[in-house]
Design a protein around this ligand. Structure first.
Ligand code: UD1
Ligand code: CA
Length: 478
């Protein structure tokens, strides 16, 4: 088996995208486009991956660091010029190189493997990968002679009227003998029209002296190139349908699947229900029995068995068995919620852990906290973790009752079996079995309200106490 190399061209700006981010880093289902290609290539078992970067190279380098070798194309003078930038990294190597464009995110390892195999079996020096496109606009057309042999790839701008009618296009993917590649790349001449060096020209250069064949991709979508934001939406739709179908066939019940987006690296067990308008992305796992959505976003999170999440946002977090989250909860930055918890309406949890059976049912903020089991956060309770400069830790033991509207000013420790009275602002540690009350004692000043209020309600017979008022015929007593 000859060595296998991959060369990915990703130095271009992506002018047609009209976005700040370089095109190949643009996310599809929240994952940068280039990662789909690198992942596909990695899985197909190549020996080495070289990625050509240029425009905003750092963005791509940060994404792929330690996964690939980088080559640098200083000025973007076309795909042929970009491939040549990999000379230093690749040119002395034996074997077969597959060249891919950094804007073809729908390519996968199965196809890459097939292309390598076909290239070897046919003993080609160059295999051009093409597809028959319903709408070939914008792609390079494949020119064949009357025996069906590939003669050239002609970019649309250079096509004659007749050539423009051709629907077989170049996907920009090639398998080629690595030594020949770098010889041939040096022979590419500048295109008169655009002033660029076109990789497509290798076909014309090689057709007479080498064995040039083709591999036709049957599903045209797989070969699509992404040049603008409309194409991004098409690629997303393709992937969404494909991924959702795979999950549905594996026992995931999706309601209105066209509104559900599940990322490429998400694991969902069978017997999970996903309601509409839900997005699950990153390295997320959803375990059996969970019911997710509607209107929920989950990213890089693990949801254990029988959890329910509604109308909520969960990022980089974990939720254990049978806990309910939402509506309108926000878990982020390593919120680790124990089993049988309730994280309810308008509750935010950040970088905190909870034991089992803990409840924050409404309007609470739990940040930088270690919370035990059977803790009840009353409505409006807050761990006050930030002093304007630094974040501080709150520790709460088991079986703690925190009354409504309580502020726990961190750093602070609340021991087991503590009761905190509603409305307290707790600044000191509370020992086990204590009741803490930290608010002013109430004073009722007799008749003082007469200085403050002019009553508007008309009182019958000067009777103010409702209980003394007798019900009249039609009226009912309270
Ligand atoms: C290219 C092909 C076209 C093919 C189509 C398939 C050429 C000349 N054209 O056209 O035949 O049908 O892809 O999608 O090859 N890049 C660089 N450096 C450069 C220029 C481009 O690294 O100087 C990279 C880009 O980052 C991109 C890829 O090469 O990932 C393709 O470039 P793009 O401008 O999108 O080529 P297309 O016009 O789509
Ligand atoms: Ca393209």
């Amino acid at each position: 088996m000859p060595a296998k190399h991959a060369l990915i061209l990703a130095a271009g700006k992506g002018t047609r995208m009209r976005t700040e981010l370089p095109k190949c880093a643009f996310p599809i289902l929240k994952k940068p486009m280039i990662e789909y290609i690198v992942e596909g290539v990695e899985r197909s078992g190549v020996d080495e991956i070289v990625v050509v970067v240029g425009h905003q190279r750092k963005v791509l380098e940060d994404l792929l660091t330690e996964r690939v070798t980088f080559a640098y194309q200083e000025e973007q003078l076309g795909t042929g010029h970009a491939a040549l930038a990999a000379a230093e990294a690749l040119q002395d190597k034996e074997g077969t190189t597959i060249i891919l464009l950094g804007d073809m995110p729908l390519i996968n390892e199965t196809l890459i493997e097939k292309i390598f195999l076909s290239h070897e079996k046919s003993q080609n020096d160059l295999t051009v990968v093409s597809a028959d496109f319903t709408d070939p606009t914008g792609y390079g057309r494949i020119i064949r002679d009357r025996y069906g042999r590939v003669q050239a790839i002609v970019e649309e701008a250079d096509c004659t009227k007749d050539q423009r009618q051709i629907t077989e296009v170049s996907t920009g993917l090639y398998a080629i003998d690595n030594r020949i590649l770098f010889d041939v790349l040096k022979r590419i001449e500048k295109n008169e029209n655009s002033g660029e060096y076109y990789l497509t020209d290798i076909v014309g250069i090689m057709k007479d002296d080498y064995r040039v064949g083709s591999f036709v991709i049957r599903d045209e979508s797989r070969g699509m190139g992404v040049n603008d934001l409309y194409a991004i939406s098409k690629a997303e739709k393709f992937l969404r349908d494909e991924i959702n179908k795979r999950h549905m066939l594996a026992g995931v019940y999706m309601i209105n699947p066209e509104t559900i987006t599940v990322g490429h690296n998400v694991t969902i067990e069978g017997n999970v229900t996903i309601n509409p308008n839900t997005t699950i992305t990153g390295n997320s796992t959803i375990k059996s029995g969970a019911v997710i959505g509607p209107n929920t976003e989950i990213h890089n999170s693990t949801i254990h068995n029988d959890v329910q999440v509604k109308h909520s946002l969960l990022y980089d977090s974990t939720v254990h068995e049978r806990t309910t989250v939402g509506p309108f909860a926000h878990l982020r930055n390593n919120a680790n919620i124990g089993r049988d918890n309730r994280i309810g309406n308008f509750v935010e949890v950040k970088k905190s852990t909870t034991g089992s059976n803990t409840k924050a049912s409404h309007l609470a903020y739990i940040g930088d906290a270690e919370v035990g089991s059977n803790v009840n956060f009353g409505c409006g309770s807050v761990t006050v973790n930030f002093d304007g400069k630094e974040k501080h830790l709150t520790r709460i033991g088991d079986d703690v009752f925190i009354g409504c509207n309580t502020n726990l000013i961190a750093p602070i420790e609340i021991d087991d079996n503590v009761f905190i009275a509603a409305g307290s602002t707790v600044t000191e540690n509370v020992p086990a079995w204590a009741m803490a009350i930290a608010r002013n004692r109430q004073i009722n000043k007799t008749d003082y309200a007469k200085n403050l209020i002019s009553p508007k309600t008309v009182k019958v017979d000067n009777v103010t106490d409702k209980k003394k008022k007798k019900p009249t015929g039609a009226q009912k007593a309270d």
